[in-house]
Design a protein around this ligand. Structure first.
Ligand code: ATP
Ligand code: MG
Length: 609
């Protein structure tokens, strides 16, 4: 690993499935956590971590501007004095300045961008790291598009400000130097030279007032187009099945037309103002020549001064052109920073409590003690759940849709925290154990099998990237996936498409099961995770699980009779409470509501298949 001064406080490892090393340079610092501070101040620790680089860059910047600002004065002197005596020293000085300038600006720009891009990288890592720790309730209420845009354009706008601000600052300093030098030569000529420069600023502002809203419009229209394309790529199956291609193309063409309009308007506004802005300094040059020429004839200024002044006019307009842009960029970056801080300030609700320890042994007993739970500030979804699941027991949770089955499943792996009561593994409250040990021992398989765009091997080995091929194959066998994987062209090395679209729903579910089996959890939670798998294959999977993970406690959320039949015990959940518990046969014989729920589920299942 490269040797950099890292802050040990930020280097703690958050989640380590089994043997995964953290392989990136952690951010040097975090932002100032005090949200009442000004946004720039909150960013300061990130810049402070690179202060030497920043200071050296700024010194080089000042050096560079001196090499620039000195040139017209030297040329003026060369004309006035050198031509009469010896021109060589002036020529040498100019050549030296040219070389120095190259060196200074190299150090300046390189340092400046190293700092600003470094801060950008840190912010990106900080955001991502925070996102990996935020609990699901955050994701429940945030659009993924929002998060992606924050991680991209908002960080970029801060980076632009950070590299642009110092550039403008040095050009402002250049103006001051030039202005002061000119004043020492001739006050009235200086005023004539500078008279039109505020016009550069005013015209620039006018142009920006037109262009800025247009660029927002362009941006949002670009996003609009991106959304249409994205939906059509991701939703291509839906679009095709309704033969809605033409309508979608029309929609895109219309959006493209709207984008074109705003882009052309932007160009038009620029085309109108830019020539005028560029003409002003030339006008100033003409005024310097007229008035300065008269002063020269009168003998009040020299020819050399005149030449120097006309160069300074061009040089001095630069800050006037840039300052307005800087103000806008500042406002943009301030808004971006607020959005970024919104993520970073989002409290972590599900974290290790102080003094949390790893579970001492792989847990096998699950207990819900009077659990009440609501999502966010919503209505209570679980209203007093009491449930004991014994080691190596297989239990099925049955209930109508929306009754709270998945919610119970999610609480076992502590994806949410209960409002009152407790969820215990081997008698230990999940909130007092470390999250990584809970999640490691509790294997939760969701109904939607998400596959990464990677090989099947890597998809199965997601939780244990170091797993050998034999281990992967063994897990795939237990999940009854080995056979169809081998039949694929490249077997385990076949790369699945995004979301695994090259595989059938049942195949994806089996890979997702293999992924969890590889972790050898002591508690297995399947939330409808076999819904797309054939009944016979499903039974075979459970048989294999029973062989391989004999001690494992299994919780099945199930709709299908065949799945329910695999369980030792069934609990019926109705509207957030457990209303019955017992073997399938007993419940069927004694509980009419259970039979009704099953009958409905069977009807739904049949309709679905
Ligand atoms: N992430 C969430 N945020 C807010 N409310 C939720 C969330 N997930 C579920 N709910 C609500 O909680 C209730 C129970 O949902 P849950 O997913 O546990 O039902 P379920 O029994 O698994 O249903 P299904 O059989 O359809 O999967 C529902 O009213 C649902 O609207
Ligand atoms: Mg569910």
């Amino acid at each position: 690993m490269p040797a950099i001064d890292r802050d040990s406080a930020t280097a703690e490892i958050i989640y380590e499935p089994v043997a995964v090393q953290r392989r990136f340079d952690p951010p040097r610092r975090s932002i100032d956590p005090n949200s009442s501070h000004h946004w720039v101040r909150r960013l300061a620790p990130l810049i402070a971590a690179r202060r030497w680089r920043f200071i050296i860059a700024m010194i080089a910047g000042v050096g560079g501007l001196i090499t620039q600002v000195a040139v017209p004065a030297i040329i003026g002197n060369a004309i006035d004095n050198g031509l009469r005596t010896n021109i060589n020293p002036y020529v040498f000085t100019l050549i030296l300045l040219a070389f120095l300038r190259v060196g200074f600006y190299y150090v300046f720009r390189l340092g400046l961008f190293q700092v600003s891009l470094g801060v950008e990288a840190d912010l990106r890592t900080l955001i991502y790291e925070h996102l990996t720790r935020l609990s699901f309730d955050y994701y429940d209420r945030t659009q993924s598009g929002q998060i992606i845009s924050r991680a991209n354009s908002d960080i970029r706008s801060i980076q632009v400000l950070m590299s642009f601000g110092p550039l403008v600052a040095t050009s402002g300093l250049m103006f001051l130097f030039a202005f002061a030098y000119m004043l020492t030569i001739n006050v009235s000529l200086t005023l004539v030279a500078a008279a039109l420069l505020p016009g550069v600023y005013v015209l620039g502002q006018r142009m920006r007032r037109l262009v800025f809203p247009l660029s927002w419009v362009s941006q949002s229209r670009q996003a609009e187009i991106a959304t249409i394309v994205d939906e059509n790529v991701n939703g291509v199956r839906v679009v095709r099945s309704f033969t809605a291609e033409q309508r979608e193309v029309t929609k895109l063409a219309a959006a493209a037309e709207r984008l074109k309009w705003s882009q052309i308007e932007t160009i038009a506004a620029r085309a109108r103002y830019n020539p005028a802005i560029e003409a002003l300094p030339r006008l100033s040059m003409a005024m310097v020549l007229v008035y300065g020429g008269w002063l020269a004839i009168e003998g009040q200024v020299s020819i050399g001064d005149l030449v120097a002044f006309s160069s300074y006019v061009i040089m001095m307009q630069v800050p006037f052109r840039m300052i307005g842009f800087l103000v806008l960029q500042y406002e943009r970056a301030a808004a971006s920073a607020q959005r970024i801080y919104e993520i970073l300030d989002e409290p972590l609700s599900i974290v290790d409590s102080p003094g949390a320890e790893d579970l001492p042994a792989p847990p096998t007993r699950i207990e819900f003690r009077d659990v009440h739970f609501a999502y966010g500030s919503g209505e209570e979804v679980l209203r007093g759940i009491n449930l004991k699941i014994e080691p190596s027991e297989t239990i099925a949770i049955v209930g109508r849709t929306g009754s709270g089955k998945s919610t119970i499943a999610r609480l076992i792996g502590r994806y949410y925290d209960v409002n009152s009561g407790s969820v215990r593994l081997d008698g230990i409250d999940v909130r007092s154990a470390t999250l990584r040990s809970v999640r490691h021992h509790v294997g939760t398989i969701p109904d939607e099998a998400f596959l990464f765009s990677a090989s099947i091997h890597d998809n199965i080995a997601f939780g244990r990237p170091g797993a050998s091929r034999d281990e992967v194959v063994e897990a795939a066998r237990s999940a009854r996936a080995d056979q169809f994987i081998r039949a694929l062209d490249q077997g385990y090395d076949t790369v699945t498409g995004e979301r695994g679209f090259t595989l059938s729903g049942g195949q994806r579910q089996r890979i997702s099961i293999a992924r969890t089996i590889l972790e050898r959890p002591s508690i297995l939670v399947l939330d409808d995770a076999t819904s797309a798998i054939d009944v016979q294959v499903e039974a075979a999977i459970h048989e294999a699980l029973r062989d391989q993970l004999a001690a494992t406690t299994t919780v099945l959320v199930a709709h299908r009779l065949s799945t329910i039949a695999l369980a030792d015990r069934v609990v019926l959940v109705e509207d957030g409470v457990i209303t019955a518990s017992g073997s399938h046969e007993t419940l069927l014989a004694t509980n009419p509501r259970y039979s009704a729920v099953l009958a409905d589920a069977a009807a739904v299942d049949q309709a679905a298949n």
